[in-house]
Design a binder for this molecule. Structure first.
Ligand code: ZN
Length: 471
């Protein structure tokens, strides 16, 4: 587009949304943990309704103008990066429209903040189980478009499992209302799944029906120290079966990460002593405190007696539970020793220990002062790796990416367990997906967004914003 075309489009968008609905230019960067890359959009649109989103997209579609949907902008893979594009922020569409207590559903606009949704569910005696570090700013629309995972996937699944219905606007402005409230509905294709996890490349999610669960009546937590990776796997399996379906988190931290979040200047203090190779945070959510606490203690006592657990401490209050979670959530500490690169990989539990050792050895071979923090959702086969090599440039990043991703090919792992592909992992999509799978992704993209205006270049390569698809 020429500058005058762009100016004309912005005038039409302003006429549509009013002056407060269009923010032009300026340094609208918003870094989360210093790792998010947002670029500088031409303008930020702030529609207040699905109809306004639809009208904006119709105008941008006619003008072949690239549009990048924005949720809470807490992503870690550059999915909201919007240099030269128009950003479409859902921040003013943040209402909780309806809560059906008997049906256990909540209907929300896409800009609703995750924490607000969770708190509203609790106020009504219900529970929305998605839980992740960015809960205070991440939005439901962003959680949907990235198929967010987080801490309780082992019990409740990823966002894909927590959404019953969706309303989305297609690239040309068509509104697709699929606000299903039924748990079971096999009447044709499950269209919502097209928009869940597709990172805003197939449509803009505007509203959703969320599936709520009963509010747990008990929360039991423990922090364990474990001396052998094989013990970790045994504990996971025994706890999973011993707790009869109430296990809601099994978060593992390698010792470097545990030391980092339990040593000043971090606020946290070690619940169990330093000096073990692995630490585990376990949480169970159940139906009655006394019975559940007895079962929880019983299962862990058996593991202690068998020698699988080297040391353990139980949370004795809600405050202690919160303190345990605060350690796991204090990922920001990784920035205190210089620039880092973050990764989010999936692989079989059986391969994790040797994989982490291999990555660490390869980093140290090249950068003798390299650091590697490993932690993650062991029960989901998902590890987060944070590598510091004293450099932050593109070449260093690519070298570290190579070390982290290359072994996953042979292991059948995934370069993205839960953060998505965005821009950052796009060169590595083929490590985890076959040529036939990527070809089908392209077919879907072309069918739903033939002008390639929706978050172009994210997930799949494009020839340029608003340009034709590469083949
Ligand atoms: Zn995670």
């Amino acid at each position: 587009m020429t500058a005058s075309d762009t100016a004309g489009l912005l005038e039409r968008l302003k006429a549509l949304l009013g002056d407060s609905g269009v923010v032009e230019g300026g340094a609208q960067t918003h870094a989360v943990l210093g790792m998010s890359r947002l670029g500088t959009p031409i303008a930020i649109l702030r529609p207040k309704s699905t109809q306004e989103v639809s009208a904006c997209l119709r105008l941008c579609h006619e003008a072949r103008q690239a549009v990048v949907p924005w949720g809470g902008r807490t992503g870690l893979v550059g999915g909201a990066s919007s240099d030269g594009a128009i950003a479409l922020s859902l921040e003013r569409m943040n209402r909780i429209e309806d809560i059906d207590v008997e049906g256990a559903t909540m209907t929300v606009e896409a800009g609703a903040v995750l924490q607000t949704v969770c708190e509203t569910a609790e106020t009504n005696g219900l529970f929305f189980p998605l839980d992740l570090g960015a809960r205070g700013s991440a939005t439901i629309g962003g959680n949907i478009s990235t198929n967010a995972g987080g801490n309780r996937v082992i019990r409740y699944g990823m966002m894909r499992d927590l959404v019953l219905g969706i309303e989305a606007v297609l690239a040309d402005g068509t509104v697709v209302s699929s606000l299903n409230r039924l748990i079971k509905n096999n009447a044709g294709y499950d269209l919502k799944q097209l928009f869940i996890g597709s990172e805003g490349t197939l449509g803009v999610v505007t509203r959703a029906v969320l599936r709520l669960r009963p509010k747990p009546k008990s929360q039991n937590m423990a922090f364990l120290a474990v001396d052998d990776f094989a013990h970790l796997v045994r504990i996971l399996r025994n706890v999973e079966s011993g707790l009869g379906g109430t296990l809601s988190a099994f978060e593992v931290m390698w010792d470097d990460f545990y030391s980092l979040v339990t040593t000043p200047p971090a606020q946290g203090r070690p619940p169990v002593p330093h000096g073990h190779p692995f630490y585990v945070l376990i949480e169970a959510l159940g139906g009655g405190q006394d019975d559940d606490a007895a079962r929880f203690e019983g299962v862990l006592s058996a593991e202690l007696e068998s020698g699988s657990i080297a040391d353990a401490v139980l949370a004795k209050s809600k405050t202690e539970c919160a303190r345990f979670w605060a350690l796991r959530d204090d990922v920001g500490q990784v920035l205190r020793n210089g620039p880092v690169f973050t990764f989010d990989v999936s692989l079989k539990i059986a391969d994790m220990d040797s994989y982490a050792r291999e990555v660490r050895a390869a980093l140290l071979a090249r950068w003798p002062n390299a650091t590697l923090m490993v932690f993650g959702h062991l029960g989901d086969g998902n590890l987060h790796l944070i590598a510091g090599v004293g450099e932050s440039g593109r070449l260093a990043h690519e070298a570290v990416e190579h070390i982290v991703y290359e072994p996953l090919r042979a292991l059948g792992g995934s370069v993205s367990a839960e953060h998505g592909i965005g821009l950052e992992k796009r060169p590595y999509l083929s490590y985890s997906r076959g040529a036939d799978e990527i070809a089908l992704m392209r077919t879907l993209k072309l069918a739903l967004d033939p002008q390639n205006i929706l978050n172009p270049g994210k997930v799949l390569e494009a020839q340029g914003p608003g340009g034709p698809h590469s083949t």
